[in-house]
Ligand binder design. Sequence first.
Ligand code: SAM
Length: 180
Amino acid sequence: MSGRTPDHIARLVPRLGLTGTERILELGAAPGAAVAEIGRLLTGDGHVTALDRSAVGVRRIRERNRDLVDAGRLTVVEQDLTTLEADGPPRFDVIFASNVNVFWTHPARADVGTLAALLVPGGRLHLFYGYGDGDSPGPDSGRDIGGLVAATLERSGALVAVTVDGAGAPLEIRATKGRD
Ligand SMILES: C[S@@+](CC[C@H](N)C(=O)[O-])C[C@H]1O[C@@H](n2cnc3c(N)ncnc32)[C@H](O)[C@@H]1O
């Protein structure tokens, strides 16, 4: 099954700066539109793990990306990101999410330390908010989502170089796992 790629997904994928060989984790990945876009870029050992807490959502991810599952390039996981555990060595080069609100609505539940533990040194976390031009919530909207999410990441102390890019849609908050 395929589907139209929403504008915000088409805009955010290039901002991940992928070469195609990365091991990637998407949080809140249903219905799998970003996974489909990224799948076209994968090469070598490139792989995506798509996580969502919704059973219907994970079914849609699998249906939309059956070819990637069959090719061994996609793993789909039904899981709430706030209960993720970092067992084993760090394994992701890039973790990202689009329009997953826990990072600003329930900062204490967003376990940034675990996400950092899943990232290899130098790995990147990208969090995107908004759906299109003029829809990026900024300081003037009454909800400074960029500031709130950046504060969540900074408070964890587990990531460095936290930046907010509100210049274009979608809004992006980015941080990096230090190399020690
Ligand atoms: C608003 S939708 C955004 C979907 C897609 N990422 C996009 O930008 O078009 C949020 C998605 O994140 C999932 N989600 C929200 N909170 C989550 C959590 N704590 N753990 C895992 N998935 C979550 C929802 O089930 C839903 O599929």
